[in-house]
Design a protein around this ligand. Structure first.
Ligand code: URP
Ligand code: ZN
Ligand code: ZN
Length: 483
């Protein structure tokens, strides 16, 4: 063993116990009591240290985890890094985005690799490999977003999945940009089923959104509120229903990403009740924020633009509905849809017209503390459920399990120490995300990730990056596993 994480309370999706973790060459090789021989263990509650003691002679490096919860590194399977969108490019690239992720307890990201209209999937993968290579500081994979399905593109899919890109993204919105028609979605669902891949769907009726958007713009209704008004909840409910119907027809599993409201959730729950393999993801912004945020007047009256994302924030009543769905298992993953733009020069493109505001918000660094502090701390779900939502379920759904997503002998030593006593107030000024705002500015987290290990390397301590640039590896993912 070259490293021992000593005396922490290990939490997986099913267990909780105090033990040491032995690591050799980035992989967990032992889990047991007193791996160092005569050293005892402690339970959380005392002052956590996360202190790293470098080896004396040939001995292992020791990381003192007493007083902390040791969880599997979080997986963020919904991020957009270095992505051209809305006339600009996301402010976080593979370097800044994964550094921020590491500081927030994330050890794996799965990013959306976009096919250009008229382009091949191979070209899209080349472009995305060039973005990640030498820059990512944690391990990363890609979903392939098919935007223009031709017979030739269809023929590429087996090779794409064999390359380890075993999930396909379909946008039912963003008309004229990424939106695909129903026949494309149906064919991709059938093909995904054959290949053991999973389809992720952005479910909004893009045709209706397009009409409402043009109508508001023509009427001179241009403030960020009209982003929300152009995408009412039934736009999401209808598309969710349609996507589920197509998945049922294709006998394929389906994951609905960024679920925001009752109208969508009820369709997912009804499908699951009928035994269909329909999954759902939500994100912290839909749990903590609501549509009143579009009226914020900071940034010279333009503060609502901070929350211009799709689907939009909803009525507050949806927050509790989503928390409950996460707890009960009707939603299986809590991801971020991290898609960061600066207010000062990127969101500002739409100062006079909401339809020109780039859609998206940052969150890669704040999900784990929010899940712990708001989710576990406020009694919405257990620690085990938190681990399932942040890591284990995504590892299974996206073909990474058990290399990622759990703490077990043979798994990568991707570990996060959460100090339950650490208090941190979220603020753009101190976070590492490359943006000039934080949607959760001022939220006090009770409990915070204090140390992140990726394949045995200490890559973040107390919110600061300590690892090597470019150390992240591309992950060839396997087949989708059902939950
Ligand atoms: O507004 C959002 N969500 N931007 C990112 C692209 C997407 O729809 O996931
Ligand atoms: Zn989306
Ligand atoms: Zn997204």
């Amino acid at each position: 063993m070259d490293t021992i994480v000593r005396g922490g309370t290990i939490v997986t999706a099913s267990d909780q116990y105090v033990a040491d973790i032995g690591i050799e060459d980035g992989v967990i090789t032992r889990i047991g009591r007193a791996l160092l021989g005569d050293l005892g263990t402690a339970t959380p509650g005392g002052a956590a240290t996360g202190r790293v003691t470098e080896p004396a002679g040939n001995g292992p490096r020791v990381i003192d985890a007493t007083g902390t919860y040791v969880i599997p590194g979080a997986i963020d399977a919904h991020v957009h890094l270095d992505m051209p969108f809305g006339g600009t490019v996301t402010s976080d690239d593979y370097e800044t985005g994964t550094v921020a992720a590491a500081c927030g307890g994330v050890t794996t990201v799965v990013d959306y690799c976009l096919q250009s209209v008229g382009g091949t999937l191979a070209a899209a993968l080349d472009t995305w490999h060039a973005k990640g290579e030498g820059k990512a500081v944690i391990d990363y994979g890609f979903h392939i977003a098919v935007t223009d399905l031709t017979p030739a593109v269809m023929a590429e899919l087996p090779a794409v999945v064999a390359h380890g890109v075993s999930s396909i993204k379909c946008f039912m919105a963003y008309k004229g940009v990424f939106q695909i028609p129903d026949d494309t979605l149906f064919q991709l669902l059938e093909q995904a089923r054959e290949l053991g891949a999973l389809v992720n769907v952005h479910a909004e009726n893009g045709d209706v959104v397009d009409i409402l958007t043009k109508r508001f713009v023509a009427e001179g209704l241009l403030s960020p509120w009209y982003h929300r008004a152009s995408r009412p909840p039934e736009v999401e409910g209808e598309a969710t229903n349609r996507a589920i119907a197509l998945a049922e027809l294709a006998h394929a599993p389906l994951n609905v990403v960024h679920v925001t409201c009752r109208e969508a959730l009820e369709r997912i729950e009804a499908a699951r009740d009928r035994g269909l393999a329909i999954y759902g993801e939500t994100c912290p912004q839909y749990l903590l924020l609501n549509e009143e945020q579009y009226h914020e007047t900071d940034w010279d009256g333009f503060g609502g633009a901070k929350y211009v994302m799709s689907p939009p924030l909803r009525a507050k009543s949806n927050n509790d509905i989503l928390w409950r769905a996460l707890a009960l298992g009707n939603l299986q993953t809590l991801m971020t849809d991290h898609c960061s733009f600066r207010m000062r020069d990127q969101k500002a493109r739409g100062r006079d017209d909401f339809s020109k505001i780039p859609n998206g918000a940052p969150g890669i660094e704040t999900r784990v503390p929010i899940a712990y502090s708001e989710g576990v701390g406020q009694g919405h779900f257990s620690l085990q459920r938190m681990v399932a939502l942040l890591s284990t379920n995504a590892a299974r759904m996206y073909g990474l399990y058990p290399r990622k997503g759990t703490i077990g002998v043979g798994s990568d030593a991707d570990l996060v120490l959460i100090d339950p006593d650490r208090r941190v107030t979220l603020s753009a000024a101190t976070l590492n995300q490359d943006t000039d705002y934080c949607p959760f500015e001022g939220l006090e987290c009770h409990g915070y990730p204090v140390l992140t290990l990726s394949r045995g390397d200490v890559i973040a301590v107390d919110g600061a990056f300590t690892g090597q640039r470019g150390r992240g590896q591309f992950l060839r993912r396997g087949a989708h596993m059902s939950l």
